[in-house]
Design a protein around this ligand. Structure first.
Ligand code: SF4
Length: 340
């Protein structure tokens, strides 16, 4: 029997946004998909060793996941992410990611580094799918079209689950059938908190930082343990967020940066959050502007704001202390929350 081609997907960066799209498409082409291990200290350390010093921690973590896939797969899937909304581009480190990985110094399997670019001529998504299919040797247009349709349907389902408040890992489990959809007890974002007496905090940042427990130092879980209701930008419909593109005098050039900023503006406008925590990676150029914008907007709305800058030396204890102080401050400010 002919051996199936194995393609590795690093569990980092665009994985948190597009994994169902990548996975279903590749599987429907007959490819075996291997995902790198869950984030752990070794992955981070391997990534640090093979990456230039001044790269941000998400890029170092990505390289660590690539290292984890060496020897397990025939190809590693590292698409060159250019534009996902036909407008903004991804940050320069995303644009150069396949080259950074290829020239990292480690001996790695061949890369599938097809451009993901929905800017310009229509049909960008179909061109992307076709190029991926050809990279793994599938030339039949009918198989390509069927795989693309199945992938788009799964991706839409994934996005609906995120809107309902599931974390990416939970949503992956639901769409793969390994978990029933337990919907978090949460009200609509334009209504007061569904948990009376508890603080509702907007946890803003790039999904690959927020949902990677090593990059974010487990901020999401720590807030939950403190009894805080957490809101992230994935819970806001894109159409509602996009309205805030017109509020800023100038939007950012970068896809994720715009979404984080629009989400902050939307949530401040709804007046249903008690504070904002912005998780930002040390050395992230785009975040230097996103962070300041969010801080100024929060200040204008008299909403407490905490900026958490994370790098590979960030200690869990320090993050815990800052979060506790922030939640205590919310309690003291409004005097309406019970202690977690
Ligand atoms: S946006 Fe910032 S954190 Fe994300 S890859 Fe680019 S530099 Fe790194």
């Amino acid at each position: 029997m002919k051996r199936r081609i194995k393609v590795g997907i690093p569990r980092a960066l665009s994985y948190y946004t597009f994994y169902p799209l990548w996975r279903v498409f590749l599987e429907k082409l007959g490819v075996e998909v291997v995902v790198s291990k869950s984030p752990n200290r070794k992955i981070l350390e391997d990534g640090i060793k093979e990456t230039v010093n001044d790269a941000c921690i998400p890029i170092k973590v990505f390289q660590g996941h690539v290292m984890d896939l060496i020897g397990k797969v025939d190809y590693i899937f590292v698409p060159r992410m250019v534009s996902a909304d036909g407008n903004a581009t991804f940050c320069p480190k995303f644009l150069g990611l396949p080259d950074m990985v290829r020239y990292s110094g480690a001996i790695i399997p061949a890369l599938i580094d097809v451009r993901y670019n929905l800017k310009g001529l229509p049909g960008g998504l179909l061109r992307f799918f076709r190029s991926v299919a050809l990279a793994v040797g599938v030339k039949n247009p009918l198989i390509q079209a069927y795989a693309a349709l199945a992938a788009i349907i799964k991706q839409k389902k994934y996005q609906r689950l995120l809107l309902k408040g599931l974390k990416p890992v939970e949503a992956f489990e639901v769409i793969s059938g390994s978990r029933q959809a337990p919907l978090p007890a949460r009200g609509r974002l334009n209504q007061p908190s569904s948990r009376p007496g508890r603080a509702r905090v907007a946890l803003l940042g790039y999904p690959y930082a927020i949902y990677d427990p090593f990059i974010s130092a487990g901020v999401y879980e720590k807030l939950n343990k403190l009894g805080v209701e957490v809101v992230t930008y994935e819970q806001i419909p894109l159409r509602a967020m996009r309205r805030y593109a017109k509020v800023l005098p100038q939007n950012f050039f970068w896809y994720y940066s715009n979404q984080v900023c629009w989400a902050g503006l939307y949530l401040l406008d709804q007046k249903n959050i008690d504070g904002i925590i912005h998780v930002t990676a040390f050395g992230c150029g785009p975040d230097s502007m996103v962070d300041k914008t969010l801080e100024l907007e929060a200040k204008a709305a008299a909403v407490p704001f905490l900026s958490l800058t994370i790098d590979e030396h960030t200690g869990e204890g320090g993050v815990q202390t800052r979060l506790e102080a922030f939640v205590d401050m919310l309690w003291a400010k409004n005097n309406k929350f019970r202690a977690g």
